[in-house]
Ligand binder design. Structure first.
Ligand code: PLP
Length: 420
């Protein structure tokens, strides 16, 4: 089936009431038939509902739908994009291990890797996403994952996913890609050899800025990479915290299974059923929205590029972009609604941000309503000056998330703000 159809139907089997919309199962827990049934569910002899921190029928539809849109084998929904990223990294790395990560990431991912995980003994080694070959120099026997964004926020750098996967596969290392900005409609990293995809559903998936959530999606047959792999004993030797369960022997999508059984059990960043329902509504229109976001963004980028006050525009589908070839390969049908442009100074950026009328100053992306952000004072504020340079964030950089308003109205708004 094509994506437009999957976005509307996959993962949902109508219940006895024939309910067209997926019901919201607003419940904490589920009745067991008897003690044996309860025991079987807990020991995974039978799969079923236990407690909404671990699973929920509405969330299950969201998980199946997002997995199908990403061409994955299974998914785990989480309470935020950050918890999806954190659980994915914790699933591969423990104290003493290291993760190789792109230096061009969303600010929260950078602080997670640089500071928070460091306190738990996980080291981050950064590479330049424009030069994937650098990854190889950073790999050692304690390297447990390679993490990057397919389309990075806010510089819209396009990752050469094939090149990164090739290195990772040669060393049998798990790759984790944040595909939030591209969304499952514009890029499917699993098709290019990636193992794990993570999303902040709080962006394009919800689509109207309605809810915070995240998802982890794993590819088919990840077990083949992990089964005999000495890097991942947590998957291929008995887990004492789960009665000696060996994840590679379960026959289930093992990455999301372990994240669910351990991290949702012990840390509990579970997605609320109502938010799962909102994401299901969002997915239904995602194909149409991503097309429009991408078309309007290209028009706005072309306008900005020709404006004398603009020093630089980052949008990979521009003919002048150095990422155009990669964008045509990995983002065939559009490059999403995110872009950034540099006006040279903090003062000029402030003037423009204060003068726009349709755009709203907000630290978010992926909304139907257009958003303007100043990354240096918000999303990337907690970075040091050198980290900001590495992330491509200057004081004069403005980020735009192009919404679903008329593109000409957006262009006119930016024009008056630039010429104010
Ligand atoms: N990944 C990217 C690319 C983001 O832009 C964001 C948030 O801005 C996140 C992850 C974090 O997601 P959340 O806000 O849902 O925790």
């Amino acid at each position: 089936m094509e994506k437009e159809t999957l976005a509307i139907h996959s993962g949902y089997i109508k219940d006895a009431q024939g309910t067209m919309a997926v019901p919201i199962y607003q419940t904490t827990a589920y009745q067991f038939k008897d003690i044996e049934h309860a025991g079987n569910l807990f020991s995974l002899k039978e799969l079923g509902n236990i407690y909404t921190r671990l699973n929920n029928p509405t969330t299950d539809v969201f998980e199946k739908r997002v997995a199908s849109l990403e061409n994955g084998a299974g998914a785990l929904a989480t309470a935020s994009g950050m918890s999806a990223i954190t659980y994915s990294i914790m699933n591969v790395a423990e104290s003493g291990d290291n993760i190789i990560a792109s230096s061009k990431l969303y600010g929260g991912s950078l602080t997670l890797l640089t500071h928070t995980l460091k306190r738990f003994g996980i080291e981050a080694r950064f590479f330049d996403i424009e030069h994937p070959a650098h990854i190889e120099k950073l790999i050692d026997e304690n390297t447990k994952g390679i993490f990057f964004e397919s389309l990075s926020n806010p510089t819209t750098t396009v990752a050469d996913i094939d090149a990164i996967s090739e290195i990772a596969n040669r060393y049998n290392i798990i790759t984790i890609v944040d595909n939030t900005v591209a969304s499952p409609m514009l890029c499917n990293p699993i098709d290019f050899g990636v193992d794990i995809v993570v999303h902040s559903a709080s962006k394009y998936i919800t689509g109207q800025g309605l809810a915070i959530g995240g998802a982890i999606i794993e590819r088919e047959n990840l077990v083949e990479k992990i089964k005999e792999n000495p890097r991942y004993p947590q998957f291929n030797t008995p887990d004492v915290s789960y009665h000696g369960l060996v994840y590679v022997d379960t026959g289930l999508p093992l990455f999301t299974l372990r994240a669910r059984l351990l991290f949702l059990r012990d840390m509990g960043a579970a997605l609320a059923p109502f938010n799962s329902w909102l994401f299901i509504q969002g997915l239904e229109t995602l194909p149409l929205r991503m097309k429009q976001h991408s078309e309007s963004a290209l028009q706005v980028a072309e306008f900005l590029e020709n404006h004398p006050k603009v020093k630089l525009v980052n949008y990979p589908k521009l003919d002048s972009s150095k990422y155009r070839v990669l964008a045509d390969k990995y983002l065939e049908n559009g490059a999403s609604g995110l872009m950034s442009f540099d006006v040279g100074s903090y003062e000029d950026a402030t003037k423009i941000v204060n003068s726009v009328e349709i755009f709203t100053l907000v630290a978010n992306i992926g909304d139907s309503k257009s958003i303007i952000t100043h990354p240096a004072s918000t999303t990337h504020q907690q970075l040091s000056d050198s980290e900001m340079v590495e992330a491509g964030v200057s004081k004069g950089l403005i980020r735009l998330s192009i919404g679903l308003e008329n593109a000409n109205d957006l262009i006119n708004d930016l024009k008056q703000a630039l010429e104010n």
